[in-house]
Design a protein around this ligand. Sequence first.
Ligand code: HEC
Ligand code: HEC
Ligand code: HEC
Length: 368
Amino acid sequence: MCHKPLILGLGLFLGAGAAAASHFGDAVVEDELLLHKVLGTASCATSGCHGGAGLVHGTVATFRREDPHARSYETLATPRSARMGEALGIADVRTSASCTVCHAPVASVPEGLRGEDLRVEDGVGCASCHDSTESWLRTHTRPELDHSAKVAAGMRDLRSAYARANACVACHQVIEPRLVETGRHPRLIFELDGQLAAEPAHWREVHGWDGAKAWLVGQAVAWREAGAAHADGRDTMVGAAEREAALAWLVARAGGAGAAGSAADAVARRLDDDWPAGEGEAVLRRLAGVGEDFRATGISRLEQAYRAERLVLGLDRVLAAWPERARAKAAESVLARLFTAAQSVPEFQPAGFANLLDELARVVGGAG
Ligand code: HEC
Ligand code: HEC
Ligand code: HEC
């Protein structure tokens, strides 16, 4: 019930075809959709709202100047995108839902639901992450309403790691196989903490944000999405099963008892709700201690390579969040070599990787 705005948003902006996260909730109620029109970035840009100066008021300016999402539609007009279209037999990638579903999601909003200033040129606009219906917009500027009242009116709550992961994963994990195999689109690897850090923040983190937690909750959500796409036949790419298995392994290893015995979505929620003090460091020790897993027989080299690929990204995030900076620095120099070892999936050597992990475990202080 309380997740309704989130589900509504995903269903609305991603359409049926690529609604990567749509399976975790019930179907969108048609009647509700028809009540609200979708608004464009310009609606948020008036000077009294997010169009002025400063962090909150200057959001639109910051976003348009610095955020990769503001350029996501322009990307479709580049020669590289045109070449992708040629390979895929898509006449115009700027108008094909195969591309706009992520690069300009408002293109999929049906005619009757379009607000006046909705423009595909805005690319991934404010509404793609925050949701934006006229009803929500009317209430969210009222000072007497608190955050939860705004959320109840349709604003997506992006405060928690779980909610953010759901918002971002929709466009950052699962992609139609032919886009990658034939079109040479970059493979998508969702990693919440690093990708949040890479997006120029137009917000202040005031909620005791923990990067290690964001990383792990994000990986559980990525596992849920990879699993669903594999199970329902959206991901038929070579290695789909191995990538799913690698994520399951990673979340189980990193989360320890907190991740045991549940489906991915339940694990993600539980980690988000229950993250005791010192858990980030515990995750680091668990991850540094997985060397033996890369010596185990019976795991295919492909799965090992995907495990390694995700593991190094995770180690990077938990080390970045580790308060013991001097030891983190020493660990990061080992991590640089782990990155190199995990670079190429086809050439991955599990035994050498395991040795490097043992070295990391010594720097970090052993498995705990
Ligand atoms: C509606 C789809 C959509 C959503 C939702 C979305 N993104 Fe993106 N994101 C994109 C697209 C498309 C690009 C590529 C932009 C371009 O054309 O260069 C991108 C690019 C990025 C980039 C730069 C490239 C990279 O991977 O380093 C970052 C960082 C990023 N997104 C982070 C996030 C985060 C964090 C969230 C959630 C708070 C999020 N995105 C939500 C579609 C989306
Ligand atoms: C499932 C969502 C999704 C779909 C569908 C999608 N993209 Fe992307 N695209 C992304 C994301 C996310 C990135 C950023 C990836 C990164 O940098 O890791 C991206 C990056 C790109 C880039 C590279 C941008 C750069 O500067 O490196 C190009 C070009 C591109 N997309 C074109 C297309 C075209 C053309 C289509 C349709 C044939 C398409 N995309 C469909 C999500 C998507
Ligand atoms: C790629 C996803 C994404 C897009 C697109 C996006 N935002 Fe955000 N926004 C976030 C996240 C994540 C937060 C942090 C949420 C929090 O802390 O409550 C946030 C926070 C905010 C905040 C709260 C700032 C604070 O800390 O007080 C405002 C206001 C805001 N966004 C406005 C906008 C506007 C206006 C646009 C369009 C110009 C926009 N956002 C586009 C993801 C996005």
